[in-house]
Design a protein. Structure first.
Length: 89
């Protein structure tokens, strides 16, 4: 994504947020949600994203083999707990 596209997306997001504010009470909730999102974005930006397309395909192959062998996935509740712990850290 080039810089102009990124800036355009950012302006569109700001516009959507501002148009979504219908009451003064919503402002604090929206501010908190934006701050939380920025924290998550900061965490993601600081991680090294080293996945190539080959890495992604290899992970998908392993997942398909796992399920083909009759293994079950992780329950939704466990995934959500893990995500909460990740976001808290």
């Amino acid at each position: 994504m080039n810089t102009a596209t990124l800036e355009s997306y950012k302006l569109q997001m700001i516009n959507q947020v501002v148009q979504g504010i219908s009451h003064a009470e919503n402002v604090e909730e929206i501010r908190q949600a934006i701050n939380q999102s920025l924290q998550v974005c900061s965490l993601i930006a600081n991680e090294e994203s080293t996945y190539s397309l080959d890495n992604v395909h290899a992970r998908l192959d392993r997942a398909e083999a796992y399920f083909a062998a009759g293994n079950k996935g992780i329950p939704h509740e466990q995934v959500m707990q893990d995500m909460d712990k990740y976001v808290e850290s």
